[in-house]
Design a protein around this ligand. Structure first.
Ligand code: SME
Length: 153
């Protein structure tokens, strides 16, 4: 599979979703749909957005119903939010504190959404495949989040 080609297409399509005055939640919703439609190894993708109290709440997503509240101290999403860095987990069963929303999930990547250095939330992608995500996913998903935040400025 040519991941780079998949993501180049995602970035191009994402630029077509951005329009002046668009509400962030509408863009977030379409970004999750775009990813789910284009990246075949995703089982779930969605945003968790930041509360004032160092926790995250479920935002727009594609996939099975999911946990609605994640403290910064918990899970892969909490780690990415706490450290404001992308976290790649090859085997979720080996990650202490992983929050299982779908028993079939095997690997995960969580990318922070930072607006002028302020954390807005995270983008979470899950897969039924072991070690589905690597630095190519990281590179392109970080670029995608950059594209998203620039459109909010
Ligand atoms: N696995 C995540 C929780 C969210 S679900 O994957 C949708 C975590 O450990 O933070």
């Amino acid at each position: 599979m040519d991941k780079k080609a998949l993501y180049e297409s995602v970035l191009l399509q994402a630029s077509g979703l951005i329009e002046p005055g668009l509400k962030p939640v509408s863009l977030f919703a379409n970004i999750t749909a775009l990813l789910k439609q284009n990246i075949p190894y995703l089982s779930w993708c969605g945003f968790y957005l930041k509360n004032e109290d160092r926790s995250l709440y479920l935002g727009p997503f594609q996939g099975l119903v999911a946990t609605t509240h994640i403290p910064f101290e918990k899970g892969v999403c909490g780690k990415a939010a706490r450290e404001e860095k992308t976290v790649i987990v090859e085997d979720v069963h080996a990650f202490p504190g992983h929050i299982a929303c779908d028993a079939g999930s095997q690997s995960e990547i969580v990318v922070p959404l930072l607006h002028h250095g302020i954390l807005l939330g995270v983008l979470d992608l899950d897969s039924y495949d072991h070690a589905a995500f690597d630095t190519i996913d990281q590179y392109y998903l970080e670029r995608l989040m950059q594209q998203v935040v620039e459109s909010l400025s």
